[in-house]
Write a protein that binds this ligand. Structure first.
Ligand code: TYD
Length: 139
């Protein structure tokens, strides 16, 4: 079972150009998994919180493609808050970690690279069930 200490911020490549910067990301090269899905979250109203779940198997890299927000990670024992605000840094979220997303700046775009297709069966959306899973492996 992974812990919040496995969830590190990864510095991504950045190709500088006076006309703007570019960040390419290769699955299994720049990040430790093959990318199956990309999605992005935007138009988040001020003061709104997202996330509020964990995944059994999914690995994700979360990037602030624009603006900033906080990711609160929780492995059932410890919590840590990571602020993302640069498009060439991504937070690796390993399986079995509860995450809450808040403090979205106006116009923030949260980009997610995910290791698998969408599967509602891979979600734990209830916090007591998450704690049970972390402590007893029940799912
Ligand atoms: P959810 O993962 O709960 O969003 P967040 O963590 O950003 O708060 O997903 C919100 C809704 O979108 C939920 O009804 C499932 C749906 N959804 C998809 O259909 N496909 C996807 O790839 C994702 C991530 C979510």
């Amino acid at each position: 079972m992974t812990s919040i200490y496995n969830c590190n911020v990864i510095e991504l490549p950045k190709i500088h150009n006076r006309a703007g910067n570019l960040t390419p990301i290769h699955g299994l090269i720049d990040i430790p998994f093959k990318i199956s899905r990309i999605y992005y979250l935007y138009d988040v109203p001020g003061g709104e919180t997202r996330g509020g779940h964990a995944h059994y198997k999914l690995q994700q890299l979360i990037i602030a493609a624009s603006g900033s927000f906080d990711v609160v990670l929780d492995d059932g024992r410890a919590k840590k808050t990571v602020t993302l605000n640069r498009p060439n840094f991504g937070l690796l979220v390993t399986p079995g970690i509860w995450r809450d997303l808040d403090n979205f700046s106006s116009g923030a775009v949260l980009l997610v690279l995910a290791s698998d297709v969408y599967d509602e069966g891979d979600y734990i959306r209830d916090y007591p069930s998450f704690i049970d899973y972390r402590e007893n492996g029940i799912f």
